[in-house]
Design a protein around this ligand. Structure first.
Ligand SMILES: Nc1nc2c(ncn2[C@@H]2O[C@H](COP(=O)(O)OP(=O)(O)OP(=O)(O)O)[C@@H](O)[C@H]2O)c(=O)[nH]1
Length: 988
């Protein structure tokens, strides 16, 4: 079985898409598919792809979400674990200071602090962060940093305010530097074009979020700060402007100046600090408490101080504008910042830009998001490809090779599960099995499917050969005689050639000559080299052997009569030899004849790809006469050359294997078989298995009737000692252990027997799923006979709908009325089953059907018929209730009794009539009434049962329209194995 697309069970599909089976069924029926809401209903690949369209996006989203979640979880756990490490103020100090010198900073410390300082924000941003991390590792950091920086700026501003106000406190240089760096980030992100727009907008959003989350005290503090910062900004701006420096021309300069100013301020205050170190620590500690983040460490330090100033200025200015609306102050501050940066940018433009950016963000159409999208798509593609590969691998892993009719326990072993589980599964499938019971193909398939396996059925003999034949060591190999089959068209002289060779090369000098037929014989060439000829010419024998997997021949001698031409059988022989990969040596025979035209033959052969050496090909050719013997030594010589070229070798020092050429029963000796040893040496007393037979070598004889104690490679012989008759082509293998040979043989025998037993010449519903599983049939032909045309239409419509990928249902004939002999013959000729709806077969039809083994199914309810065919197709056919004909009585007379009604005077023609069984009234092969017996009488006595050949009176409950000639069919209802549905409903 190839790993082609297969139907899946409904419950599996439902769990795959994470929806209920009902939803699946509903969705499918919306799409025009008809499927029962049963867990084991089959979802065809077509249905599945429809479902993928419906639920696929959901499934993909959920997978993506799941992945994102996992990444997030990983990150969180990373953060948590790093948080567990002891954290000191120095820990924070170091990275910040290092940052000035190093370009690249580790990500973790930032996150760690973010988490500590900004837990709520972290949670809120979780998704964004994850996404950013997976796709654009740097940008989101910028975002966060910008945001953090902004906040810090606020706090710094606040700090500065405090300092300015109290004039007693001095901000440390470090702090200033940090702040500048943070601001730097903000500016950088603002600088970076479209991506930055996105970043900035996000930053703004996040800033807002944070602002909301800040404690009221912080907010108040911040607001105060803002106001103060405004003042500062104004002052600073004035200063800047007064110095005549234009930011638009050289921002850096301006920044530096601003920074210088700040530093100057700080320097002034420095003396008043208690201690600069303490001050530094305090400053940082304060920052850590709030929403501040050491994430700043990450910043590009190329413009360390400048940013702080710029930011401040902007903030101040922004604050000026936004003083009326405190909640929006940050946003506006930003806008101001942009204005300052651009130096010419109009506020409206900024607003416009902002709007646009937000909009672009929303529609995910920014360059950044496009890039992200592309990345995501590429990632998705990669993941899908990987998934496909994994699925493929899984599929391959899930294919098990087995022969049909293995036992429950063998199947369990193959799947690596408990035999009891398999038994339970079989019960669930409505089949009661024991541990040693052998399962047919369809049951095996069903069970394997339940465990996620697919079964590839192999030939019964296949499994065994690999056990037996181990590789030979090249050093042990010795040359062996080539084994030759002579093939060719009728009358081209095959037998004559063989005869000539045999006579000329074998028996000479041997007393008595060839005494018995061993299916092959060995000849010796003039220089004493052996050649073995199989003495059954013709490609039938050759092909029969091959069909059993035996390849006995090394070289084919293709005989073509020189006075004739390449004929159909010549061509067939060529094809057979080529298919078997056997070398061809051409023998152009009848060269003694005057009309011999060897060249013509050679040309014709060339047309069929047999090109002889003299024409530049590789097939040797000898011109011979079987009559005169001309050219025959040359032919044998060429055979030996070919054999040398082929390096035919065997190992005589191993247990033998060979092939059965023929077998028969000999009155005196029992079963005798002609064997050709192919490898090893066969000895008297060896235990062997040959196909489904086994035995022990009792005696061996060669073609001369000489007894042999042993026989080596390429030796033909006659062997006695079989327990049964093997078939030509059966492989004979010597085994050390007689018991093992017995076991293998009996196993094969059982399988063959069961196969034969179950092999009915015609298709039947019982056998249908098995034959489908084995790939023997792919059509189910049905003949429908019914009481009326309406029923035929309904039934054929419903049955045709059952066609699926594996089997198509063909209604080959329909008709109203009884099932006739010609219906049965048609069924026989066209491998069909007959479905009768409310009709019965005629007696003739019944007996022909029995003879021909035609399956006739009779129904009274259309849905029963449809269900039964469906179940048969699915291998589920095990009806709980079935009907069995109990007896038939023919109505011969009618009596009308006023108090009782109509009494039918009947004669029982078949079986028995039982009063308790239901009856049907059949008129002209059509069922006209189905009911119960009211009374059954023999003369005046009420009786329980009347047998064939007796008369009786029958009255039927509520039915008086009985006529002479009607048949009263007495049937019984038999309870059989439970159906799958019953099992399901029980378990519900
Ligand atoms: N003159 C002449 N006649 C030959 C030669 N070989 C075979 N014959 C005759 O050809 C006829 C057929 O020969 P067979 O050997 O029976 O041919 P075959 O190919 O075995 O025929 P089938 O067994 O029917 O397939 C016989 O009458 C032979 O005598 C030959 O080399 N020369």
């Amino acid at each position: 079985m190839s790993p082609k697309a297969k139907s899946k069970r409904l419950f599996k599909v439902a769990s795959e898409f994470n929806v209920s089976t009902t939803s699946i069924v509903d969705s499918l029926s919306d799409e025009g598919f008809d499927i029962d809401n049963k867990p084991n209903s089959k979802v065809t690949p077509e249905m599945y792809s429809t479902l993928e369209e419906v639920y696929g996006a959901d499934k993909a989203n959920s997978e993506e979400h799941q992945k994102a979640k996992e990444e997030y979880e990983n990150r969180r756990s990373q953060i948590r674990s790093s948080r567990n490490e002891s954290v000191s103020v120095e820990d924070y100090l170091e990275p910040m200071e290092e940052e000035d010198d190093e370009e690249e900073m580790p990500l973790e410390p930032e996150d760690e602090e973010e988490v500590e300082g900004l837990k709520p924000k972290d949670d809120e941003q979780g998704d964004q962060e994850e996404e950013a991390e997976s796709d654009m590792p740097l940008e989101p950091q910028d975002e966060k940093e910008s945001e953090e920086a902004e906040e810090e700026v606020q706090q710094d501003t606040e700090d500065e305010e405090d300092k300015t106000e109290s004039e007693g406190e001095a901000e440390s240089e470090d702090e200033t530097t940090e702040d500048s760096e943070e601001t730097d980030e903000v500016e950088e992100s603002t600088d970076a074009g479209e991506d930055d727009k996105e970043v900035e907008s996000q930053t703004e959003k996040e800033a807002e979020t944070e602002t909301e989350e800040e404690s009221p005290e912080e907010q108040v503090e911040e607001e105060d700060t803002k106001e103060e910062v405004q003042q500062d900004t104004e002052e600073e701006e004035d200063k800047t402007e007064s110095e005549g420096e234009a930011e638009s021309e050289d921002e850096e300069e301006a920044d530096d100046q601003d920074t210088d100013e700040t530093e100057a301020e700080e320097d002034d205050n420095e003396e008043e600090k208690d201690s600069s170190e303490q001050g530094v620590i305090r400053g940082r500690a304060g920052r850590l408490k709030g929403t501040k983040v050491v994430g700043k460490v990450k910043v590009d330090e190329s413009k360390p101080k400048r940013r702080k100033k710029r930011k401040r200025k902007k903030d101040r200015k922004g604050d000026k504008d936004s003083s009326k609306n405190k909640s929006k102050k940050k946003k506006k501050g930003k806008k101001k910042k942009r204005k300052r940066r651009g130096n010419r940018v109009d506020t409206d433009d900024v607003q416009e830009n902002l709007k646009q950016t937000l909009q672009e963000m929303k529609s995910s159409e920014t360059v950044g998001s496009k890039r992200q999208k592309r990345r995501r798509e590429r990632k998705k593609e990669r993941e899908e490809e990987q998934k496909r590969q994994e699925e493929l691998q899984e599929l391959e892993e899930n294919i098990i090779e087995a022969t049909e009719f293995i036992t429950v326990s063998d199947l369990a072993d193959l799947m690596g599960v408990q035999a009891n589980d398999v038994i339970t599964t079989c019960m669930d499938l409505g089949k009661m099995v024991s541990i040693n019971q052998r399962l047919d193909a369809s049951t095996m398939e069903l069970v394997a499917e339940e465990y996620g396996y697919e079964i590839e059925f192999v030939d019964a003999d296949e499994g065994i050969e690999e056990i037996e034949l181990e590789e030979d060591d090249p050093e042990d190999l010795e040359p062996r005689a080539p084994i030759i089959t002579v093939m060719g068209h009728v009358d081209h002289g095959k037998t004559s050639l063989l005869d000539y060779i045999r006579k000329s090369q074998v028996a000479e000098g041997e007393a008595g000559g060839i005494t018995q037929h061993v299916g092959a014989y060995e000849v010796e060439t003039d220089d004493g080299r052996p050649i073995t000829f199989l003495d059954t010419p013709g490609h039938e024998a050759f092909t029969a052997m091959r069909s059993r997997g035996a390849q006995a021949t090394d070289i084919v001698i293709l005989v073509v009569a020189a006075d004739d031409a390449v004929m159909p059988q010549t061509i067939e022989a060529i094809n057979h030899a080529k298919a078997a990969g056997v070398s061809i040596i051409v023998a152009i025979n009848k060269m003694d004849k005057p009309g011999a035209k060897p060249d013509k033959i050679k040309q014709q052969l060339a047309e069929h790809d047999v090109i002889i050496e003299e024409y530049g090909g590789e097939n040797q050719c000898a011109e011979v006469s079987a009559k005169t013997g001309e050219g025959i030594p040359d032919l044998l010589e060429k055979v030996l050359i070919e054999s040398d070229l082929m390096e035919l070798q065997a190992n005589p020092d191993r247990k033998a294997d060979g092939v059965v050429l023929e077998a028969r029963v000999d009155k005196g000796k029992g079963t005798v078989a002609n064997i050709l040893v192919q490898n090893g040496t066969l000895k008297v007393g060896d235990s062997f298995v040959a196909g489904p037979c086994f035995g022990r070598v009792r005696a061996m004889e060669n073609e001369l009737g000489n007894r042999l104690e042993e026989a080596g490679p390429s030796e033909p012989l006659q062997l006695t000692g079989f327990n049964d008759i093997p078939k030509a082509g059966d492989k004979l293998v010597v085994l050390e252990d007689e018991q093992k040979a017995k076991d293998i043989a009996s196993q094969r025998q059982q399988i063959r027997r069961e196969q034969e037993l179950r092999q009915s010449s015609h298709v039947s519903l019982d056998d249908l799923s098995r034959r489908l599983a084995l790939g023997e049939i792919d059509d189910l032909n049905i003949i429908i006979k019914a009481d009326v045309d309406g029923s035929i239409e309904a039934l054929s419509g419903a049955l045709q709908k059952l066609s699926n990928d594996e089997v198509s249902v063909n209604i080959i004939h329909t008709g109203a009325g009884a099932i006739t002999e010609s219906d049965v013959l048609l069924a026989s000729a066209s491998e069909a089953i007959i479905i009768g709806f409310q009709v019965r077969p005629t007696n003739d039809a019944r007996s022909v059907a029995e003879e021909e083994e035609i399956d006739i199914r009779l129904f009274s309810v259309i849905y029963d018929a449809v269900d039964e065919v469906k179940d048969a197709m699915e291998g589920m056919l095990s009806p709980e209730i079935s009907e069995k004909l109990y007896g038939n009585a023919e109505v011969r007379e009618i009596f009308k009794v006023s108090s009782i009604g109509t009494i039918a005077g009947c004669y029982v023609t078949e079986g028995k009539i039982n009063r308790d069984n239901p009856v049907r009234v059949v008129r002209d092969g059509v069922v006209i009434y189905d009911g119960e017996i009211d009374s059954l009488k023999r003369f005046k006595d009420d009786v329980k049962e009347v047998k064939t050949g007796y008369e009786c009176g029958i009255s039927i409950v509520n039915y008086n329209d009985i006529k002479v000639g009607d048949v009263i069919e007495n049937y019984e209802v038999i309870e059989e194995k439970r159906k799958l549905e019953d099992v399901e409903s029980d378990s519900e």
